[in-house]
Ligand binder design. Structure first.
Ligand SMILES: NC(=O)c1ccc[n+]([C@@H]2O[C@H](COP(=O)([O-])OP(=O)(O)OC[C@H]3O[C@@H](n4cnc5c(N)ncnc54)[C@H](O)[C@@H]3O)[C@@H](O)[C@H]2O)c1
Length: 428
C-alpha cells in the first residue's frame, strides 16, 4: 500500500522510516516546510534519528516529503500523527487532527484507509475525525473509505526500542476497516494486535499512559515520605525490583514532562465528564506530579540555607533541560518550571544541556527563548553556588561535576554511584 504519513515529528518520522525500510512507498506530509525541505535533502532534525537513515530512504526512492495535501490522492493509506496538546484551560485541543482532516478530505479517494495515531480520548476517530472526513470528501466511513485508530508506542532515546518490534494495537470502525488496517501495519510491524473498535484502541493507549502517571506519582509521594524518615527511595526501589513478579519499578523525578504523560490522562478526564464519571486517580496523580517542582525548590532552598545562603542572589545551574535522558525533546519539561520558580525567588538561573544548545521559542516559556546552554568546564561550573540535576543525560560527566561543585541537588539519583563528600549531594 502506498502510504502517506501526516505529521513528521517524534512519532511520524520514525514510523515513516520503518515503513520505508520495509519497502513501502511513503509520502511524508507536514505543514512545516523547513522539516519537509530538510527531509528531502536527507537530513534529520531529531537527534536520535541519524541523518543517514533519512538519506538512505530518500536515495532508495521509498520516502519523500511534501506540504501539498492534494497528494493524499496518491495514497492507499493515510496515517495521521499530529499533536494533541491541552489548551490553556487544560482541555483537549483537537484542532491539529481536525485541521488535518479538513485539508485531506477533499483529496480522499474511494477505498482509502485513514488511520489516526495521535493519542486522544475514546470517540475522536469515529465521531470527530469521521465527521470532518465525511463532510469534506462526500464519502461515508466504512463504505466510501476505511477508518481506524492505532496508538503509537514510541520510546524516544531508548536504543532497545525498535518501531518494528513494538506490538501495535489496531481498532477499526468496521470489521473491513480493521482488516485493512491490520494489513497495512503487518507490512512493517512484527506483531499487530487487533481490538474490537477504534474506541477500545484509544482507551488502551490512555490506560498505558495513565498507568505511568499514577505509578510515577506514587514513587514521587514515597520519595517525600521516605525522605522525611531518612530512607533513600532509590535504594528502596532497587531493592523492591528484585522481586521477580508483581512489581515494576518506576522512578521519582522533578515532575512530569514530554508530550504524553502530563497531558494524555486529562483527555480521558475531560471525556469522562460527558458520561458523569470522575477520574480520581488521574486527578490525584496530576496533583502530586505537578507539585514536584515546588518540592525540589524547597530542597534547593534547604541546601543553600545549610551553606548560609539564600535562593535570592544565588547562581544556580539547572543541569538537563530535556524532559528525559538522552533526548533533545524539552516539551513540557519540568526544568522550565524549576527555572521559573528559582528566578521568581531571585536566583540567577542558567542551564546546561548538550542536547539543547539554545532554547527555541515556545508558547509557554517564551521568556527563555534564545538562552544558551553554558559551557561545561571547571571554570564555568565551579562559579555556580548550586547545581540542580533535573535530567540525567548519560553523556554528562558526573564525576567532573562532583569535582567542580560543592553543592548538588539531585532529582534523578545521577550521583548515586559517584563518590562525593558528606553533605555535597542533596536528593530531591
Ligand atoms: N513523542 C512521543 O514519544 C509520543 C509517543 C506516543 C504517542 N505520541 C502522540 O503522537 C502524536 C504526535 O506527537 P509527536 O511527539 O510526534 O509530535 P511532534 O510535535 O513531534 O510532531 C507533530 C508534527 O505534526 C506537524 N503538524 C502539525 N499540524 C499539522 C497539520 N495540520 N498537518 C500536518 N502536519 C502537522 C508538525 O509540524 C510536526 O512536525 C501526539 O498525539 C502524541 O501524544 C507521542
Amino acid at each position: 500500500m502506498r502510504t502517506a504519513i501526516v505529521g513528521l515529528g517524534y512519532v511520524g518520522l520514525p514510523l515513516s522510516l520503518q515503513f520505508a525500510r520495509s519497502g513501502v512507498m511513503v509520502l511524508g506530509l507536514d505543514v512545516d516546510a523547513t522539516k519537509v525541505d530538510a527531509l528531502n535533502l536527507g537530513r534529520s532534525y531529531i537527534k536520535h534519528i541519524p541523518p543517514e537513515m533519512v538519506a538512505d530512504a530518500v536515495r532508495r526512492g521509498v520516502f519523500s516529503a511534501s506540504s501539498d495535501f492534494s497528494r493524499v490522492r496518491e495514497a492507499d493509506a493515510v496515517i495521521i500523527c499530529v499533536p494533541t496538546p491541552l489548551n490553556k484551560n487544560r482541555e483537549p485541543d483537537l484542532s491539529f487532527i481536525l485541521e488535518t482532516g479538513r485539508s485531506m478530505a477533499p483529496h480522499l479517494r474511494k477505498g482509502t484507509l485513514v488511520v489516526l495515531e495521535s493519542t486522544t480520548y475514546p470517540g475522536t476517530t469515529d465521531e470527530d475525525l469521521r465527521k470532518v472526513l465525511e463532510v469534506g470528501s462526500g464519502l461515508e466511513a466504512g463504505k466510501g473509505f476505511h477508518l481506524a485508530f492505532s496508538p503509537e508506542r514510541e520510546d524516544p532515546g531508548n536504543p532497545d526500542s525498535k518501531v518494528a518490534l513494538i506490538p501495535k494495537i489496531v481498532g477499526g470502525y468496521t470489521p473491513a476497516c480493521l482488516e485493512k488496517a491490520v494489513a497495512l501495519y503487518s507490512q512493517a510491524i512484527k506483531t499487530v494486535v487487533p481490538v474490537s473498535s477504534c474506541r477500545a484502541a484509544e482507551a488502551a493507549k490512555l490506560l498505558e499512559n495513565t498507568f505511568r502517571s499514577v505509578n510515577i506519582a506514587l514513587v514521587n509521594e514515597l520519595k517525600i515520605v521516605y525522605g522525611a524518615m531518612a530512607i533513600d527511595v532509590w535504594e528502596v526501589i532497587n531493592a523492591a525490583k528484585t522481586k521477580p513478579f508483581g512489581f515494576m519499578p518506576f522512578y521519582p523525578g522533578p515532575g512530569l514532562g514530554g508530550h504524553c504523560i502530563p497531558i494524555d490522562p486529562f483527555y480521558l478526564t475531560w471525556k469522562a465528564r460527558e458520561y458523569g464519571q470522575h477520574t480520581r486517580f488521574i486527578e490525584l496523580a496530576g496533583e502530586i506530579n505537578t507539585s514536584m517542582p515546588l518540592y525540589v525548590v524547597h530542597r534547593v532552598a534547604d541546601a543553600l540555607n545549610d551553606r548560609q545562603k539564600a535562593v535570592r542572589g544565588s547562581s544556580i545551574l539547572v543541569l538537563g533541560l530535556a524532559y528525559k535522558p538522552n533526548v533533545d525533546d524539552e516539551r513540557e519539561s519540568p526544568s522550565y518550571v524549576l527555572m521559573n520558580l528559582l528566578k521568581e525567588r531571585g536566583a540567577e538561573v542558567a542551564y546546561h544541556d548538550p542536547y539543547v544548545p539554545v532554547i527555541k521559542p515556545t508558547r509557554e516559556h517564551g521568556h527563555w527563548a534564545g538562552t544558551k546552554s553554558v559551557a561545561w568546564n571547571r571554570e564555568t561550573i565551579t562559579a555556580f553556588d548550586l547545581v540542580l540535576i533535573a535530567t540525567n543525560h548519560a553523556c554528562v560527566n558526573y564525576q567532573e561535576l562532583a569535582n567542580w561543585t560543592e553543592c548538588i541537588v539531585d532529582t534523578r539519583n545521577a550521583m548515586g554511584a559517584i563518590p562525593t563528600l558528606p553533605n555535597q549531594v542533596w536528593k530531591a
